[in-house]
Design a protein around this ligand. Structure first.
Ligand SMILES: [Zn+2]
Length: 226
C-alpha cells in the first residue's frame, strides 16, 4: 500500500538538503509526496522589484529541484523569510493544517526543533501543533531532518541532533545532488558546511555508520503503530 507523505520546509532548498534522497525514494516506491514551503526564501523588503525578481527566481529553482526529485505537488506560502517569529504561531499552524487537510499525509518530514534558524524552529513548532495526536488525525509518523549550516550551528548547550531513523539513499544520491544543483545560489564553497562536499560527506557518514553507502538520518518525533 502506498503512503502519503508531506514535507514541510521553511525555505526551498531545505527539502533537498534535509530529505532529498528520501523524497526520491518515496516517489520510486509509488508514494504520494507533497512539499510545502513556508517562506519564499528571499529576505529583503517586500514588494520591491528586486525582491519580486529574486522570489520568482527562487520559486523556479524550487520547481526544478522538485522535478528532479519527481515531485509534482507543492504549496508555496509567503511567510516572511528569516522573520517567521514576527507572525503569530497560530497563523503558521493554520497554514500547515490547510495542507494536511488537503493531502491527508500519514508521514510528515520537517525541521528539527533545535536548529539555529528561527524559521526552521517555528516551522517545527507549527507542525507539532498542527499534528496534535487526535484520533481523527491522518498523521502517524513525524520525522525531523537535519539541514547543514543550521542544525549543527546551534549552541552545544541545546539538545544536539541525535538521529535514530536511517534511510538508505545510496540509489537516490544522484537525484538529491541534481536537486541541490538547482539551488546553486544557496550552496557555498567548501569548507562551508552547506557545500556539496560537506553534504556528501554527511550522507556518507550517515550511511557508512549504518552499513550503507549513503543515508539520510532523522530524529523520530512520533511513530504510532496502528
Ligand atoms: Zn532553511
Amino acid at each position: 500500500m502506498s503512503n502519503t507523505i508531506l514535507v514541510v520546509a521553511a525555505h526551498s532548498d531545505d527539502e533537498a538538503l534535509g530529505c532529498g534522497g528520501t523524497i526520491a525514494k518515496h516517489i520510486a516506491q509509488g508514494d504520494q509526496v507533497t512539499v510545502a514551503f513556508m517562506t519564499n526564501g528571499v529576505a529583503s523588503r517586500l514588494d520591491t522589484p528586486e525582491h519580486n525578481t529574486n522570489a520568482t527566481k527562487r520559486e523556479s529553482a524550487a520547481q526544478l529541484a522538485l522535478k528532479a526529485l519527481g515531485v509534482s505537488n507543492f504549496h508555496q506560502f509567503d511567510f516572511p523569510d528569516n522573520k517567521m517569529d514576527t507572525v503569530a504561531l497560530l497563523e503558521v499552524t493554520q497554514a500547515i493544517e490547510s495542507v494536511i487537510s488537503a493531502c491527508k499525509p500519514d508521514t510528515i518530514y520537517t525541521h528539527f526543533g533545535h536548529d539555529l534558524n528561527i524559521d526552521h524552529r517555528i516551522t517545527h513548532k507549527a507542525v507539532m501543533t498542527a499534528c496534535r495526536p487526535q484520533s481523527w488525525s491522518s498523521v502517524k509518523k513525524i520525522l525531523s531532518f537535519e539541514v547543514l549550516s543550521s542544525t549543527e550551528w546551534n549552541s552545544p548547550s541545546i539538545n544536539a541532533f541525535q538521529p535514530h531513523y536511517i534511510v538508505d539513499i545510496s540509489n537516490y544520491w544522484n537525484k538529491k545532488l541534481a536537486a541541490l544543483k538547482c539551488y546553486e545560489d544557496e550552496m557555498r564553497d567548501f569548507p562551508h558546511s552547506r557545500s556539496y562536499q560537506c553534504v556528501e560527506a554527511l550522507a556518507i557518514l550517515r550511511g557508512a555508520t549504518h552499513g550503507f553507502e549513503k543515508a539520510e538520518a532523522f530524529f523520530v518525533e512520533r511513530i504510532l503503530d496502528v
